[in-house]
Design a binder for this molecule. Sequence first.
Ligand code: NAG
Ligand code: NAG
Ligand code: NAG
Ligand code: NAG
Ligand code: NAG
Ligand code: NAG
Ligand code: NAG
Length: 547
Amino acid sequence: MMFNASLAIIALVLLVRNAYAASASDWQKRTVYQVMTDRFALPPSEDAQGKTCDASAQLPCGGTWSGIQNHLDYIQAMGFNAIWISPIVSQLQVPLPPPADGTAYHGYWPENIYALNDAFGSDSDLRSLINAVHSRGMYIMVDVVVNHMATYNTTSPSAAPTSPLAGISLNGYNPFNQDSDYHSFCPITDYGNQTMVEQCWLGSAAVPLADVNTEDQATVDLYYSWINTLISNYTFDGLRIDTVKHIRKSFWPGFANASSVFTLGEVLDGDAQYVGDYTNYLDAVFDYPGWGMILQAFQTTGGSMSMLAQSIQNTSTYFKNGGFSTGSFLENHDQPRFPSFTNDTGLIKNAIAYTFIGDGLPIVYEGQEQEYSGGAVPNNREAIWLSAYEQDKPLFKHITSLNMARQAAMNGSSSFLSTHMKVLSTSAHSIALAKYPMLASLTNIGQGSQGQVSVSVGSLGTGYSANSQLVEVLSCTEVNVDGSGNLAFTTQQGAPAVFLPSSMVNSKVCTNLVKNGSGAPGMFSASVYVISIAAASAIALSMFVGS
Ligand SMILES: *[C@@H]1O[C@H](CO)[C@@H](O)[C@H](O)[C@H]1NC(C)=O
Ligand SMILES: *[C@@H]1O[C@H](CO)[C@@H](O)[C@H](O)[C@H]1NC(C)=O
Ligand SMILES: *[C@@H]1O[C@H](CO)[C@@H](O)[C@H](O)[C@H]1NC(C)=O
Ligand SMILES: *[C@@H]1O[C@H](CO)[C@@H](O)[C@H](O)[C@H]1NC(C)=O
Ligand SMILES: *[C@@H]1O[C@H](CO)[C@@H](O)[C@H](O)[C@H]1NC(C)=O
Ligand SMILES: *[C@@H]1O[C@H](CO)[C@@H](O)[C@H](O)[C@H]1NC(C)=O
Ligand SMILES: *[C@@H]1O[C@H](CO)[C@@H](O)[C@H](O)[C@H]1NC(C)=O
């Protein structure tokens, strides 16, 4: 009896733990909306007050967990089924006016990892948000910082420091309130020296990020136990991990295992080989190398499609599971927004489309749907309430269509999630990509320019055979493949084209379908895609622009 009862309890505990212990393959079916908690939504009581937020001031603007909960409809309306929120723990407070690098409004300056950041709300507000997310069938990913604790340096610039931590008080830090909990102070001056990257300090002279000594086994055990408790306390479904390259690689598998959920790490570097190696230690990393290539390809009409193709090849070579072990993004809270580089809506739509058509977990940073255009930090952290959560915006609709198209591809073909995206062809201004049943042609011709490109592509599966019917899902245009396997399509203003077999396109993807050819060629700057599908293997795709 005793034995059976304990077994039942163990079974129950496992069940409870597994309820939200989402794995990498669970996350692969999702798309993620990145919420910067301070900037997404005010608490319901203040929502209507029209509060301003000057991102350049680097002060808290008042967003909270209850605010996020109150605006989950907006996120879900775009088709997202997961959110990523800012770090939740208690933060360093700096004197005001703040030092040059601002305040801890962003949540990345931990001081007490066992307490919540009360600027974002109470424990019950957080639990209420998580319950609301789960009751919608959505996932929630929490952001964590484990490499350092943030400190404020009171040493006056004129006084030479007398000890490594002179001017820094660790009073109130939990844990790590002793100098000996940290690596001795040295600033990171050489990013080519990995030991220095791992053991020296990030941050500024005013807000040094005291580098926790993660070479020490007791500290490692503490962090593993902390993450295990944090995840199970709050039933988070996934982890976004900050500054991964700043801790030795061997720290990570144990940390990921202790969390028991999907782990997505930030390794801020453009080199595919360097970044890819971290996928041997965590489930996934942000596709920073691919992001750099998307920027160069779509920032101007002069970007290189063959470099983009090469970077896709590099991902498959250097990442453990190729693109599957990446988080795909165009913007985030650390980088200038894409529209700060170009306001060409053709280019912007193509760059956004790339996030959704590949193997990586698609992630959109709050404000992309509003076409926010802030440049480098802190200007890329505009408050979303300033947009009044307007849903009738071109990019809001574009992102919704892409989310629906991805869902339809997933629902329509069981192999979508296990099929690697392939580059079919590139030309000066276009790249054709296939991840059956999705076929995409991206272009950087821009919203108004003209030219001609052609590409040849490989076999795409039965949905693309002669006489089959497809839909270009961003314009909701029906396209017939003719008897000899040719497909012609007209796209306008440099927009991307994403095709699915029409059998997979329901009213969630397109409410109305238009027939191809309704636009008169030559009346506007248009591009015509001609895709010929040969019976055996070869498919030729040509795009004539400005016909
Ligand atoms: C604290 O500030 C002083 C003066 O700017 C600087 O010399 C020192 O390196 C700083 N300490 C740390 C740990 O960054
Ligand atoms: C790399 O950085 C570490 C830590 O600062 C230092 O001890 C070591 O000498 C550096 N190595 C080289 C080759 O500069
Ligand atoms: C987990 O919750 C308990 C009680 O609710 C709290 O004491 C503890 O600090 C929490 N741990 C973490 C890591 O949040
Ligand atoms: C993974 O975590 C489980 C329980 O949290 C533990 O029993 C196991 O030893 C860990 N495995 C590794 C390889 O760390
Ligand atoms: C691909 O990887 C190779 C080897 O690391 C590198 O030389 C090349 O620049 C990379 N190409 C792109 C486009 O990232
Ligand atoms: C795009 O437009 C926005 C808002 O008008 C502006 O702030 C931004 O600088 C523009 N970007 C470029 C590259 O011109
Ligand atoms: C895909 O399937 C899921 C689960 O059945 C459903 O909720 C969702 O609406 C479907 N998406 C589309 C675009 O049909």
